[in-house]
Design a protein around this ligand. Structure first.
Ligand code: NDP
Length: 399
């Protein structure tokens, strides 16, 4: 049984922490550390005395020295980073200093450039190898489960995968005209960026939301979806050998897109600081402050999510299609852990990744993307911990 330190106490962290406390066979001790300690204390108060010892702490995770000091004090087997992408590098530095394993769900993004790439974290490969510790990158749903699905398809269903389409559908309705399902700043930076996909060895860039398709999602029905750049495309293009094309599509409703367009047109999604009454403010950070807190959407969100991967390739000389997906219900998630399905579908895989690292079932050393590990123990645990997967051998294809 292991000791885990979770950094962050937001939507995703709350689910992961609920699941850690449910998984007493893997976790005996938990430290919750975040910028606002009262949020850590509220989680401790709710989940204390259920068999996992919980401690809390305040930490500024932008400060690697402060994180290293905290890790040294508590000596966990691994740190699960569920703060924001900006904190990835300082937390990895702290893990290196204290020789502690590291897990996250989103790749590093500098605060002043809306561009997420793995290059910054991949630059730590040698350092982690030398220190004899493992960094598991991207143990959420997408990235995360989508990489595990790809490794599973490769291991059990294909000799060669030619194309992967990752489809992320959220058919949930929270009743607000506009709100984001996870951190608004990160979400808006992601969807207002240019789209791109990998084809025949190179990246093809598109304008934001330029490519639209309609897809009939199992258990949900027809939805508009748009091609986006997404971080797992970068690692899967590298790790699924011989892959010819990978694309990522996410569904958006008309109301969301109309609001987003309007906010963009008036400059509210900009990350360039502006002067306001003698003070410098970043419009997107201000917008985040006026939008509903994603954590508050839990009790109001109804409907389902369906996230999965459609593979096309060759097995035993024959062409083959294969679709692996998970359907998750917002209201059931809220009933179980007090959060909607977006946080749930990220928090559960984060806990599973942490369990596999702590138990040494997955080990490096080095900096690894999730699809580099054996998918089978993760797939078993998805079924066990609330994200059962389904498969189809005759899926509708995306043009
Ligand atoms: P939230 O904004 O709800 O939570 C972020 C938490 O991090 C908050 O508790 C916040 O503290 C804390 N935090 C922020 N900055 C610091 C800092 N400098 N030091 C210490 N703590 C800090 O975000 P989410 O829970 O929605 O998202 C968490 C992560 O999960 C993000 O990286 C996001 O990109 C990722 N994600 C990944 C997905 C996937 O499928 N792979 C899907 C969805 C999200 P405070 O409470 O004080 O604000």
């Amino acid at each position: 049984m292991g000791k885990i330190m979770v950094i962050g106490a937001g939507g995703v962290a709350s689910v992961a922490i609920h699941k850690i406390v449910q998984n007493k066979e893997a976790f005996s001790e938990l430290v919750i550390a975040s910028r606002t300690k009262s949020k850590c204390d509220a989680l401790k108060e709710k989940l204390d005395e259920r068999g996992v010892k919980i401690e809390t702490a305040a930490v500024d995770a932008d400060d690697a020295k402060a994180v290293a000091k905290l890790i040294a004090k508590h000596n966990p087997d691994a740190v699960l980073n569920l703060a924001l992408p900006y904190q990835d590098l300082p937390i990895m530095d702290a893990c290196l200093e204290t020789k502690t394993n590291y897990i996250d769900t989103a790749n590093y993004e500098p605060k002043d450039t809306a561009k997420f790439e793995y290059k910054w974290q991949w630059a730590y490969r040698e350092k982690f190898e030398k220190a004899g510790i493992t960094a598991l990158l991207g143990s959420g749903f997408d990235p995360g489960v989508t990489g595990v699905f790809s490794a599973y398809a490769m291991k059990h269903h294909f000799d060669e995968i030619e194309t992967i389409d990752i489809l992320d559908c959220n058919a949930g309705d929270h009743g607000y005209p506009f709100a984001t399902n996870f951190n608004p700043e990160i979400n808006i930076r992601e969807v207002s960026a240019k789209g791109s996909y990998w084809e025949n060895g190179k990246w093809i860039e598109t304008e934001p939301m330029e490519i639209k398709r309609v897809y009939d999602f199992p258990e949900i029905g027809k939805k508009d979806m748009y091609l986006l750049h997404h971080e797992e495309l970068e690692s899967l293009a590298l790790n699924i050998k011989g892959i010819k094309r990978i694309r990522f599509f996410m569904t958006f409703g008309e109301s969301y897109l109309t609001h987003l367009r309007c906010l963009e047109n008036v400059g509210m999604t900009s990350i360039e600081p502006i002067d306001f009454n003698g003070q410098k403010i970043i419009p997107l950070e201000f917008l985040k402050a006026v939008l509903p807190d994603p954590a508050s959407l839990g009790p109001r969100t109804k409907g389902k999510t369906n996230i999965g991967c459609i593979f096309h390739g060759v097995k035993d000389g024959k062409e083959k299609d294969y679709y692996l997906y998970n359907v998750c219900d917002h209201e059931s998630c809220y009933k179980e852990v007090g959060s909607q399905a977006i946080s749930y579908t990220t928090g559960v895989p984060a806990m599973i990744g942490a369990e596999l690292i702590i138990k040494g079932i997955w080990k490096g050393p080095g900096v690894k993307n999730i699809e580099e590990f054996d998918p089978d123990p993760f797939m078993e645990r998805l079924n066990k911990w609330g994200l059962p997967w389904k498969e189809s051998f005759d899926p509708e294809k995306v043009e």
